[in-house]
Write a protein that binds this ligand. Sequence first.
Ligand code: E4P
Length: 217
Amino acid sequence: MKFFVDTAEVAEIKELNESGLLDGVTTNPSLIAKSGRDFIEVVKEICDLIEGPVSAEVAATDFDGMVKEGDYLASLADNVVIKLPLTMDGLKACRYFTDKGVKTNVTLCFSVNQALLAAKAGATYVSPFIGRLDDINLDGMQLIEDIRTVYDNYGFETQILAASIRSANHVSDSALAGADVATIPPAVIRKLAEHPLTEKGLDAFVKDWKSTGQSIL
Ligand code: E4P
């Protein structure tokens, strides 16, 4: 499973990238607004830092606008992935970019039928939003499982990018459900390494090692 980080905070991306655990980055207009920074500058900085795919979302909602903005975003760096909303215009724009050899991430997916359309439009990635489905008492993880089944039934190559992840359980459950990628907030990535028995065990090892009076170097 590939790990993308879901943030527009360049310092966070830099730090996490140094761990060697990151395969890519996703941003969205809300994350850009939260960063308080210029979108284009942020995309360029992230693409300089990260070799893997960096999703940059169009702001337009009509086909012509999405194509103009997407063409510009794609010109910024080779690893830019054009993020498009799951609407009829977004799907048409997805086909346009896929036919040009530009990678796409079709976002705001909340149903199997929407995921089916994204695959038929040739999307590189489809982003089902787990947390936002859970927020309205629907089952986000079931959606990941169902999309996996449908894509496998027909051999679709669109990668399932589990999005709107809110917890460490969302990550492990997405992996079990067969998601190809998870895009994860920085704080949740750090939580994945935590286990009370790891902490307890390490404390004991440190204490016992000290008691030997030895040093390795
Ligand atoms: C996905 O690409 C989105 O940026 C993101 O995962 C949305 O998450 P949220 O529902 O926590 O805003």
